[in-house]
Design a protein around this ligand. Sequence first.
Ligand code: 9MR
Length: 382
Amino acid sequence: MKRNSILLSILSVSTALIVSCSTVEKEEATTLKEALGDKFLVGVAINSNQAGGTDTAGVALIKQQFNSIVAENCMKSEVIHPEENRFDFTLADQFVAFGKKNDMTIIGHTLIWHSQLSPWFCVDEKGKNVSPELLKERMKRHIQTIVSRYKGEIKGWDVVNEAIEDDGSFRQTKFYEILGEEYIPLAFQYAHEADPEAELYYNDFSMAHPGKRDAVVKLVNKLKNQGIRIDAVGMQGHLTMSFPTPAEFEKSLLAFASTGVNVMITELDMTVLPWPSKKLGADISANFAYEKEMNPYPEVLPDSVSQAWNERMGEFLRLFVKHANVITRVTVWGASDEDSWRNNWPIKGRKDYALLFDRNHQPKPVVTSIIKEVLNTKKANP
Ligand code: 9MR
């Protein structure tokens, strides 16, 4: 009897151990989308090697960690509409097929942007600005052809991208030059006509600047007062190690939410590299010559810098979790460090460490700790 009961207790202790070990294992294996997916969409920008499947390691990471994708480049006008009478949907179709196959929420980027704009879009054969009427026609055809092609498949669109400067003035783009600020509501209206169900977003960088914050609030209120659909403001979130402070970012986030729209963090990354100019957000026309001292970590990132990066990224991720009631999506601008545009901007050929997963596709400490924190909070408040 005694022997039997000893055996029994050994058995039950080992069963308990096995059960608790497998629970720990499960927790350790938890991914970003599993931990955060009930708060907001957990998104990633994907490139054509990933949508096309040739970057197999990248694809595995994307499928494992994220539940939403956005097109990093393939829907920009110069790619998708290279000539006035020629659309090229090859890469965009591949991107949408990838999202559908993997059951992800698909986001379109971007319908009207001054950058990577097809050269023909705003000018005639002589290079002169077209008339306001012709530009409206071209915008309408561009937007409606693309939006209707993916009707019901793309959940939401960055309709207008980067229309406002840091001081709050309108960016002097060709669209602005020809149509004035009215090009913005027009773009939203055209998109809405093509897919009334699609969500529509205004998206911009350096949104923590007070001037930009106020101007975006004004823009959203104006659109709403005109009866134009706008669902969210996209705060790109291209961070540096010093700009912005989480507090300034939070002020903008709350200001945008106070207009009644949702907020999305649409292009999250954080550079650790030195900055060649004070006046630089994410304006991709900037370009500086390569100098060795501007590429300080060509081999590995020193522990002290890595620690500072993880701590600062953690502050932002916690801020997003805190405001999950108004934030509907957090999207990182690339899957792993090797994918980041930061390696080549504003100086080509540097090595940056801007994303949540390293070059071996391993999670950075901040990923593991944020998952743990969120799970612990869930356990404490079931
Ligand atoms: O990550 C994109 C990079 O591969 C392109 O070369 C660059 C120019 O089109 O655009 C990058 O993405 C930008 C995004 O479309 C809009 N916000 C700023 C992003 C970083 O420049």
